[in-house]
Design a protein around this ligand. Structure first.
Ligand SMILES: Cc1cc2nc3c(=O)[nH]c(=O)nc-3n(C[C@H](O)[C@H](O)[C@H](O)COP(=O)(O)O)c2cc1C
Length: 731
């Protein structure tokens, strides 16, 4: 819930101030180059820090009989105002070592004057100054709310600078650059606010005042300025200005404005007549000017320019993120009270809505009364027969904002008629609590008297269209209503279909169910074991996906033949030499690990398909153990010869087979249970476990691994999942 408070504050502040922020940032970038431009002439002498005021005043007095003022700017350029030996007025940059003139003092360029005036007041005088001051303050609040959002995203301070999961490009760079430029932006905002507050006289007015007893000023013992202890003790680098005495009367004195205090010094004796430290407000104003303008430091001005550039990027990427978030929402044609199909969505960044919309549109097109809302809008749906719940997971496996109230609302509202439900979780393996909230919702619904599951909970990793298609296929099979991947959602998938030629198609095995199909692509094809092959058996939108193993240079599918299965019947009927058009989809997260010290492959049924290819590809002979489950020994027979050869070739170190309907009647999980300590050890040593097969098996295996981790390891299974040591492709 708190995530939304910070998010809404961050957004509201940004929306209310973005025009001013853009103007201030644009002009800020230009102004950041002024210190660079002014520093370029280089009137600073070498080893400036070593000079003291006594040395400089002595040489200047020799060159310039009449001196009015000496000043040192932020670049440590020394300027002298006075008259030279010929009586000419001088106002120039001088060398503080010998008094020679180095250059003429230039006014600020007209261009920078114009930009500075615009940056400070937008040419709107006091009103503009007020708005710019307010903008600085809002920028500060945006930076603070942004910091809290990053803290929440990264799950705490410790991981503030940890790896950022690349969810979408705009969001990724919003966070990466946000972290990097956080400190400069906070400084820009704080100092800008302070300077405005000070400009509007809202700070205590503490002027420097000297109380000098003019009657008591002595004119003896007279000393040359070079011998004044105060001048000798004052480094030139500490000086802002020195005002020289106007006449030879003792009441006229030197006024020294240093960085932290002001001094009045007797012009004859060098005695300090008064010394007043600057009030805190003056010190802060000077510091704010240094930090806000970058005066005196080329490096800091470049940092300011980059930070201002980043502010412009944040405005752009912030709007892209918001647009994405909002663009998925739709208007309902039918009310909640009259709809049969209720789609409830839990989303933080809007992408889940795109999938929900696709299903929603297809249901409407087919004449069904469907209603789409967020999970927080859960209520009584008197006509509902189906709930479709699509929800993302955030935080520590928590509900997204749109769904934060769902759990409590579900407790309070009971549906009065039986409703079947299906939960589709959206998440990412990059997070330890993969789709946790979806599983929680599924479990909660299972406990409702009126609710019954239509299919098991499904998950979508990284918005994978393939995972979504799997759910759509399962849901469609149960309801007889065809929903699938709309064109826009499939956008990420390659559109071009490949022509593949059948080279081998075995009969439906000795078990009467499973067959192996080998296909060869024309030309070079980038495909790896674990990738997916999409076929279109009826030449329409209906896609069927199969996990592939690459053996030699051929693609091998292991297919279970269903009596009326659209995909399996189509594939089974293919004869060698026949060609099909199909789509190859990369399945990056499910490739054989390149560097793992050992790999454990776990499958049931035709889930063995990608592993056969991976074992064949294991040229480096990484130790591989295969645990596979089948119904009967007849189901294993089609793989036996291949697996024996691989063991002999050293590409498969160990093979364990569980048969659920013969002998000991074991499931693959029982085999794992026997070896649970070895599993835990493998994880501890950086080994990788890969699972392919049914979701039911996935659930059991994860449970078993979790308890093994608790027994033998310091971390739970989610720790290893987030480090890509547990890879899954189950359906
Ligand atoms: C900050 C953040 C935290 C996330 N936490 C999890 C998590 O704990 N478990 C998970 O499975 N996915 C997590 N995800 C991934 C999202 O749930 C996933 O990308 C989802 O598709 C986003 O859907 P949405 O755009 O509708 O919000 C997280 C993503 C982000 C940006």
């Amino acid at each position: 819930m708190t995530i939304s408070v910070w998010r809404y504050s961050h957004l509201a502040l940004a929306v209310s101030s973005f025009v001013f922020i853009v103007l201030a940032a644009l002009t800020g970038i230009i102004l950041a180059f002024e210190p660079v431009a002014t520093k370029l002439p280089g009137y600073r002498v070498q080893e400036f820090e070593e000079l003291n005021l006594a040395q400089t005043i002595t040489v200047l007095k020799k060159q310039y009989p009449e001196l009015i003022e000496l000043s040192v700017d932020a670049n440590q350029f020394v300027t002298v105002k006075g008259t030279d030996a010929d009586g000419n007025d001088v106002q120039a940059y001088v060398n503080p070592r010998n008094g020679h003139i180095l250059g003429v003092v230039q006014q600020q360029s007209e261009f920078f004057q114009w930009v500075t005036a615009f940056h400070r007041s937008l040419f709107l005088k006091e009103t503009g100054r007020f708005f710019i001051g307010l903008t600085s303050f809002l920028l500060l609040l945006i930076a603070v709310s942004g910091t809290f959002l990053i803290l929440q995203r990264q799950r705490g301070l410790k991981r503030f600078f940890g790896r950022i999961v690349k969810d979408n490009v705009a969001q990724y760079y919003h966070v990466v650059l946000g972290r990097l430029s956080l400190i400069p932006i906070i400084l820009i905002a704080v100092t800008g606010t302070y300077l405005s507050v000070s400009r509007f006289g809202l700070l205590p007015d503490e002027k420097v005042q000297h109380n000098v007893d003019l009657d008591a000023i002595a004119s003896e013992p007279e000393k040359p300025a070079a011998d004044f202890p105060v001048f000798q003790a004052t480094a030139l680098a500490q000086v802002q200005t020195v005002e020289f005495p106007f006449s030879d009367f003792p009441e006229d004195y030197y006024t020294l404005k240093l960085k932290d205090r002001e001094l009045v010094v007797n012009q004859f004796t060098g005695d300090i007549l008064s010394e007043v430290p600057y009030p805190a407000t003056t010190l802060f104003t000077n510091l704010s000017l240094d930090l806000h303008t970058g005066r005196g430091s080329i490096i800091w001005s470049i940092v300011l320019a980059i930070a201002s550039g980043n502010i412009l990027f944040f405005v752009y990427s912030g709007f892209v993120i918001t647009w994405k978030r909002l663009s998925g929402r739709v208007k309902n044609k039918y009310s909640a009270a009259e709809s049969q199909f209720i789609l409830l969505v839990g989303s933080e960044n809007g992408s889940t809505y795109h999938y929900a919309n696709a299903v929603f549109r297809q249901l409407l097109q087919q004449g069904h009364k469907a209603y789409l809302a967020n999970l927080n809008s859960y209520q009584a749906f008197p006509e509902a027969s189906h709930f479709i719940i699509l929800t993302a997971t955030y935080g520590l496996g928590e509900a997204p904002t749109d769904a934060a109230k769902f759990v409590s609302q579900l407790e309070g509202v009971e549906q009065q008629q039986p409703v079947s439900f299906s939960v589709l979780g959206f998440g990412s393996y990059a997070y330890p609590d993969f789709c946790k909230f979806a599983f929680e919702v599924h479990q909660l619904l299972l406990n409702q008297r009126w609710a019954s599951p239509l299919i098991d909970v499904h998950t979508v990793n990284d918005k994978s269209p393939e995972d979504f298609s799997r759910w759509a296929e399962a849901w469609s099979q149960q309801t007889g209503i065809v929903v699938g991947l709309s064109e826009d959602l499939a956008g990420a998938a390659p559109k071009a279909l490949k022509t593949l030629t059948v080279t081998v198609n075995t009969p439906a095995g000795t078990d009467g169910h499973t067959f192996l199909l080998r296909l060869k692509a024309r030309g070079r094809t980038k495909v790896k074991s674990g990738d997916l092959l999409g076929i279109y058996p009826a030449n329409d939108h209906r896609e069927r996906l199969y996990s592939v193993g690459v053996i030699g240079n051929e693609i091998q599918l292991s297919v279970r033949l269903y009596p009326n299965g659209l995909g399996s019947a189509f594939l089974h009927a293919l004869a060698p030499g026949q060609q099909i058009r199909a789509k190859l989809l990369q399945n990056q997260h499910f490739h054989f690990p390149v560097k793992a010290p050992q790999v454990i492959l776990i499958s049931n049924g035709t889930g063995i398909a990608p592993f056969l290819g991976m074992i064949d590809e294991n040229k480096q002979k990484t130790p591989v153990r295969l645990y596979c489950g089948f119904r009967e020994s007849a189901s294993v027979r089609i793989y036996s010869q291949f697996l024996e050869e691989q063991q002999k070739a050293g590409k498969l170190s160990e093979l364990k087979v569980a048969l659920s309907r013969e002998g000991k009647k074991q499931y693959v999980c029982d085999l794992l249970q026997e070896d649970e300590q070895a599993m835990a050890q493998a994880l501890e040593q950086g080994g990788v476990l890969m699972l392919c097969g049914s979701l039911a098996m996935q659930k059991d295996v994860l449970q078993l691994l979790d308890s093994a981790c608790q027994k033998y390891l310091p971390h739970d299974i989610s720790f290893y999942q987030s480090r890509s040591q547990v890879l899954m492709d189950c359906y």
